[in-house]
Write a protein that binds this ligand. Sequence first.
Ligand SMILES: Cc1cc2nc3c(=O)[nH]c(=O)nc-3n(C[C@H](O)[C@H](O)[C@H](O)COP(=O)(O)OP(=O)(O)OC[C@H]3O[C@@H](n4cnc5c(N)ncnc54)[C@H](O)[C@@H]3O)c2cc1C
Length: 512
Amino acid sequence: MESMLEVVWFKRDLRVADHAALAAVRGPVLPLYIIEPEYWRGADASPRQWRFLRGALTDLRAQLAAIGLPLVVRKGDAVTLLARLHAERGIRALHSHEETGNLWTYARDRAVARFCREAGIAWHEAPQFGVVRRLASRDGWARRWAGLMGAPRLAAPQGLRAPEVIEGALPAEPLDWAAADGLVEAQPPGRAEGLALLDSFLAGRGADYRRGMSSPLSAAGACSRLSPHLAVGSVSMREVVQRVQGAAREIAALPPGLRPIPLGAVQSLSSRLHWHCHFIQKLESEPELERQAAHPAGEAARRPTSPDDPKLLAWGEGRTGYPFLDACMRSLIATGWINFRMRAMLQSFASHHLGLDWAASGARLARLFVDYEPGIHWPQVQMQSGATGINTPRLYNPVKQGLDQDPEAVFIARWVPELAHLPAGLRHMPWRLDAPPPGYPAPVVEQAAALRAARERISAIRAASGFEAEARRVFQKHGSRQRRFAQDDPMAERARAAAREAKARRQMSLGF
Ligand SMILES: Cc1cc2nc3c(=O)[nH]c(=O)nc-3n(C[C@H](O)[C@H](O)[C@H](O)COP(=O)(O)OP(=O)(O)OC[C@H]3O[C@@H](n4cnc5c(N)ncnc54)[C@H](O)[C@@H]3O)c2cc1C
């Protein structure tokens, strides 16, 4: 038998630079990626995510080749494949990054850990984000995040040796996906693409970030668009944070007239990079958040939604009869990305207006997002659905959002061509026409009444005895201790809530 192997198991960390697992090996190394068909059968997985990942894997193979290593690709169950490799070659140690994935990957990791223990293989897992495994308390979390993000980056290793091995081809698809999934404008994958996005943002593209991020008309160009790269790890979070912090220092030293982008834009991006890990920490600390509401009252209020519920189907295909909302959904179907505000509106409408279970609508959104990141996704889905108990639910009026974010109804005309021939005002509210426009549905619910009913439901839940005590428990476990970053600090929330209540009442009184 050849000398005992060290295996680097690539997961959602598809790069060689700043890769703690690769940097940790000394002996003969086998860089491995396992395509797991069972994972791809999950309700949150989709062909568009696979395609982006596949592109990043192709790029990883080229990066590894440049340092003299193969990327060994195998398809099947992780434990079975590792056991076979161990029997054939002898594995001394397994190296990977910690993964905060979905419940399926969590169960798989526990099975791999069991196998490693029984086989006497040391499994070394290194953190890859500012997320802490087995975190005892949220106190001091931000300090630890800063420590992890400030640590020196790891160079791509040189001089490593790999055993003779068949690399294995990257299949076009892990499963036989019968139907196309509607994606027509994919974001290009790979490390160089990710870094180019960061460079162009800091060199000027991000100048209008703070204002431009709110509207789907401007957000695609104004936001960093780093999310799918962070989700597959083709760039490291630490590298992004350090470059953003370095740019902030350089920009602060320049006179305002010479700054490529305002300092505020860089600071806003920096806060969001912090939120990335803050949200993933929630799922790391409580993996059940994928299926179970953070607050017991949120859990009790859930009503199961069948996958063929007509309202779920109409919402998921952009056929609710609310043109701006439908435009956002159709744009997401075609491009795999939409800005934060519109994600929040889509989720909030599904949960509050349509009364759908967040797990069903959340799975549909997950499949549509090329950047699906379970640790951000499920806590955000719960937050926008009022299931956390520590965030005052935001109820979005899709008509008001359309008038604010797409006043000329240009976005609607692009994505809802059935309405393109109408004047802008009617594109926002086609139900004001005497005869409904051919091919476009009437509103699936009456929005003002649905909003009112949702607000009453929420008030009743929040007024119930024991609600506050449980909310404090949730905050203790998951809430941000940092006011400036807080999206879920009840104290800061309360102040903002009063302002939002007043705004929401104005929205409701629009009477559409
Ligand atoms: C219901 C819902 C589901 C979401 N699901 C996902 C998801 O699966 N994957 C995902 O990456 N983001 C998700 N988000 C958060 C956010 O919408 C996206 O991160 C952002 O739109 C990605 O575009 P960007 O990279 O250009 O973001 P930028 O605005 O340029 O931000 C840079 C990075 O900061 C992080 N970030 C930005 N906003 C947030 C936020 N509110 N919470 C946590 N991290 C943030 C992301 O890593 C993002 O890539 C979700 C939001 C909502 C409301």
